[in-house]
Structures are given as structure tokens and as C-alpha cells.
Design a binder for this molecule. Structure first.
Ligand code: PEP
Ligand code: MN
Length: 351
């Protein structure tokens, strides 16, 4: 920690600051300039949280030297982490292969879920998404199928072998959702629900943590730290667009967050171009940009009939559009040195 003092600080004030810092067991190094005196604090920086440094007379600013996060940081784990999702037919997030999570915004029923799962699997997706508990802006909008949706997800996993990712919104649902899902999604609106982060940190399920609508990169990392501090080290981050003054798109995809996160943390970083752009035609260009910027994979909304979707139809890809998307993604993946699972069906199949 470096303390910069106000000009005109008195010797008594400097002595007082030094005594407070040294009383915590730290050492100080005083550097007197013409205008300012700088006080370097040497030792366990976390101890300084016990003193409101800015409240000490003569202190102008305080700059931490160490990062506030530990377990998520590159300093803690030097090489990129790989998160394995599912039992048996496991999906790997963070390896050489790009992870593609695809599926409907919401689980709406058996037929649509099974059709979507089979289709996205055949076109190369490695995981299935689908919300059973939905965080909707309006209390009158479709709130998800709840527990019945979780049962359908578990069934479709048993049939297709695709690990399933679904959102958990409430601490009281964590056990139930973890029983049925392979990966727990903490949505943007809950990124700083610290009780929920603590709870998902105590279960043995990988967590997909989405960036909050107005959260900084540091806040996203601190939220991941909350989960990891409880013992769950299987965390994947997801950039899904942030709120800006721009209204042409639903959110603004923060492409720069991808290389910044990759430099700061060993955790895998995914991008959700569907919620970022908010429109189906924006999904492909945003996804290509994300892969070029170093993302470890994508989460994409796909629906058999977006016109009639109960949530997020505007941004959902049809089956043929998803197929075309996966084909167009391949050269971007290769250019970025990543591999993509092959499309497993011929052209004649399912549209
Ligand atoms: C979702 O994935 O359907 C969702 C609600 O995403 P977000 O939390 O990023 O808005
Ligand atoms: Mn959605």
C-alpha cells in the first residue's frame, strides 16, 4: 500500500500515520518530496483494512500494491484452468477446444427441449443450456417451468449425453438445481448476490458466473473469489454485455474484457453474444469477435421457433441459423488456434 499525503502535511501528522500503520505490525518507508510525502507500507497489506486510512489527517490518496483477489488470480495459479462439466460424457471448458453451450433461453416444454438438444448436439455444441428459473424484468412475464423444467433437463441429458447448464436464482434452490444440473449458472442480475455466491461455492458443481449489467471486471473477479473462497474451484466467467448509453443493441459487448480477464485470471472466459447484442443477426459477428479476442467458448440461445419463444425470441437462432453459425465459426476458431467439435450430421438432416 502506498499512502500519498496532502501538501502542507505536518510532521506530527506524518508521525501519526506512521504509528497507526506500524501498530498493525507493518513497516513504513517515508519518502519526502518537495510537495508531497509518500509513505510506503511494507508487510501484510490486508491488515490495513483495519484502519480507515483516508480518514487520517493529511492523507490524500491510498493505492494498493496487491490485487484484492487471490484464488482467481494468475499469481495464484499460473496456467489456464480447465473446468470439466458433467459425468461420463464430459465437456471441457478452458482447453484447446472451444466450448459451445447452446439451447433455448427457457425450457418451455419437452418437445422443444428435446428437438433443440438433439439439433445443437448434432451441429457441434458440447453443452445444453435452458432456464427453468428465469430472472424476468416483469413479474407478469413467463417465469420459467421451475422444477418441472429441471426434470426435463435431466431427462434430455440422459438421452443426448449433453451436460446441462441452468440458472439458479435463490439460495433456497441451490441444492435442488445442483441435483439436476451439471453446471449452475449465476445470472447477470445475481452476480453480486453474495449469499447465493457463498451457497454455490459450497456445492460440488461447476459454476458459470455471468458479468453483472453494470459490474466492473474487478467486481466480476471478486464475485468469482467469493465462490472459490468457499471451496468450489470450478468457476467459469461469462462476458454477456454491459449497460452503456448505446441503445442500438440490448447491451454493449465488452470485447476488451476478454483479454483483460485472460491476463488477470486463470479461469476460463466465455462470451454470450445473444444477450450482448439482443438480436439474432448480431450473434455471429459478436461471437467471431469474441473468439478472435481469446474467449474459451460461447453461450448461444437457440429455439425451434423464435417467433413464439416465451423469452428472448428476438436474439434466438433458428436451427438452420445455428448450423450456419457453427460452420462460419470454424475458420475463426482455427485462426485463434482453437478446435471446434465437428458437425455430426449431413446437410439433409433437421431444419
Ligand atoms: C440467460 O442466460 O438467459 C440470462 C438471463 O442471462 P443474463 O443473466 O446474462 O441476463
Ligand atoms: Mn435469455
Amino acid at each position: 500500500m502506498i499512502i500519498i499525503t496532502r501538501s502542507g502535511i505536518t510532521d506530527a501528522e506524518i508521525d501519526h500515520i506512521r504509528e497507526r500503520v506500524e501498530s498493525l505490525g507493518m513497516r513504513t518507508h517515508i519518502s519526502r518530496g518537495e510537495q508531497r510525502t509518500i509513505i510506503g507500507c511494507i508487510g501484510d497489506e490486508s491488515l490495513l483494512h483495519e484502519v480507515a486510512l483516508l480518514a487520517l489527517p493529511g492523507v490524500e490518496s491510498v493505492t494498493p500494491v496487491l490485487k484484492p483477489y487471490k484464488l482467481v488470480s494468475r499469481e495464484f495459479v499460473d496456467s489456464p484452468s480447465v473446468v470439466r462439466v458433467g459425468n461420463g460424457a464430459t465437456a471441457v471448458v478452458g482447453g484447446r477446444d472451444l466450448a459451445v453451450i447452446a439451447g433455448p433461453c427457457s425450457v418451455e416444454g419437452r418437445q422443444m427441449l428435446f428437438d433443440t438438444a438433439r439439433t445443437v448436439r448434432s451441429y457441434g455444441a458440447g453443452l445444453l443450456r435452458g432456464g427453468a428459473f428465469k430472472p424476468r424484468t416483469s413479474p407478469y412475464a413467463f417465469q420459467g417451468m421451475g422444477q418441472a423444467g429441471l426434470h426435463l433437463l435431466a431427462e434430455v441429458r440422459a438421452e443426448t449425453g449433453l451436460p446441462v447448464v441452468t440458472e439458479v436464482m435463490d439460495t433456497r434452490q441451490v441444492e435442488l438445481v445442483a441435483e439436476h444440473a451439471d453446471m449452475l449458472q449465476v445470472g447477470a442480475r445475481n452476480m453480486q448476490n453474495f449469499a447465493l455466491l457463498g451457497e454455490v461455492g459450497r456445492v460440488q458443481r461447476p459454476v458459470l458466473l455471468k458479468r453483472g449489467l453494470s459490474a466492473t471486471i474487478k467486481e466480476l473477479l471478486m464475485s468469482a473469489e467469493y465462490i472459490m473462497a468457499q471451496g468450489n474451484r470450478e468457476v467459469v466467467l461469462c462476458e454477456r454485455g454491459i449497460r452503456t448509453y448505446e441503445t442500438a443493441t440490448r447491451n454493449t459487448l465488452d470485447v476488451a474484457a476478454i483479454p483483460v480477464l485472460k491476463a488477470e485470471t486463470h479461469l476460463p472466459v466465455l462470451v454470450d453474444p445473444s444477450h450482448a447484442g439482443g438480436r439474432a443477426e448480431l450473434v455471429a459477428p459478436l461471437a467471431f469477435a469474441a473468439i478472435a479476442a481469446g474467449a474459451d467458448g460461447l453461450m448461444v440461445e437457440v429455439h425451434p421457433n423464435p417467433e413464439n419463444a416465451l423469452s428472448d425470441g428476438d436474439q434466438s437462432l433458428t436451427f438452420p441459423a445455428f448450423r450456419q453459425f457453427m460452420e462460419r465459426l470454424r475458420p475463426f476458431a482455427e485462426a485463434a488456434g482453437r478446435a471446434l467439435a465437428p458437425c455430426r450430421v449431413g446437410r439433409e438432416v433437421a431444419a
